[in-house]
Design a protein around this ligand. Structure first.
Ligand code: ARG
Length: 259
């Protein structure tokens, strides 16, 4: 995770961002601190990367890289405003002895590359590109399933889909092209489908450890459906970070250390 010390909205690269709207950085830090503390309470180890001045979006650690089987594919951002984040995150991993790859094509880390037991699900349409998916497949040696995002509000895969456990996922069908919806139905016939209201409050930008599902607290419908499936949803208020177009998952890069 990356503390939002320098968080702000000074440019707009997704429809949630409005540089004219004031941002309360102290409140963002306080909300982020609660998420950080929660992970500790749930028994998860959290490592931190130093926030860099001039990179207001660096708090969205999910975009920093993708780690599968302890191997790290660096991120390459579409927008120049975030370009310096890729090398910063990659250096963090390199310094800790991880095997890393400098990406050749645009991929925005776990914003667009989500790992299930059988696949890496890969978003494209707004940020990451198909060549980046191919690069991820070759590097990780796992089947990468490309999915076309069509609604600019759900510009990263992790704003429209979350992995709950193994090959169990939840997603917002309306965020995907017809063909990608059909692929998701075929691969995940038992998936939890989120309704529009839950998707619009970023309910799918969630982190699951297989039991606890941490998600935006406004996604009340989704929380009760998760409970019916045996999960323990935990709602968080990350309203300040939503002004940058991110929530729980965006603030969290998962380090899958072992194969
Ligand atoms: N402002 C950031 C951007 O538009 C938000 C990134 C959110 N992160 C995520 N994993 N979806 O790039």
């Amino acid at each position: 995770m990356c503390r939002p010390t320098h968080f702000d909205v000074t440019y707009a690269i997704n429809p949630w961002m409005d540089p004219a709207k004031p941002v309360d950085t102290d409140l963002a830090v306080a909300q982020w601190e609660r998420l950080h503390a929660l992970y500790g309470e749930l028994g998860h180890r959290v490592d931190l990367i130093d926030p860099l001045p001039g990179l207001p979006d660096m708090v969205y650690a999910a975009n920093g890289a993708t780690v599968v089987d302890g191997r790290v594919l660096g991120a390459r951002f579409r927008n120049t405003e975030r370009a310096a984040e890729g090398p910063a995150y990659l250096e963090w991993f390199r310094a800790r002895g991880f095997e890393t790859r400098d990406p050749e094509y645009v991929n925005e880390g776990e914003g667009d590359l989500l790992t299930t037991a059988s696949y890496v699900l890969a978003g494209r349409g707004f940020r990451s590109v198909a060549d980046g998916h191919a690069e991820a497949q070759e590097f990780f040696g796992r089947p990468v399933v490309g999915l076309e995002l069509v609604d600019p509000r759900f510009y990263h895969l992790d704003t429209a889909l979350a992995v709950l456990d193994g090959d169990e996922i939840m997603y917002n069908p309306e965020a995907f092209s017809a063909g990608s919806r059909a692929v998701l139905r075929r691969l995940f016939p038992d998936a939890l489908l989120a309704d529009r209201a839950d998707a619009e409050v970023f309910g799918l930008n969630a982190i699951s450890d297989g039991l606890h599902v941490v998600l935006p607290e406004a996604a009340v419908g989704l929380a009760s459906r998760l409970r019916e499936r045996g999960f323990r949803p935990i709602g968080m208020d990350l309203s300040e970070l939503l002004k940058g177009g991110g929530s729980v998952k965006c603030c969290t890069l998962e380090i899958r250390a072992t194969a």
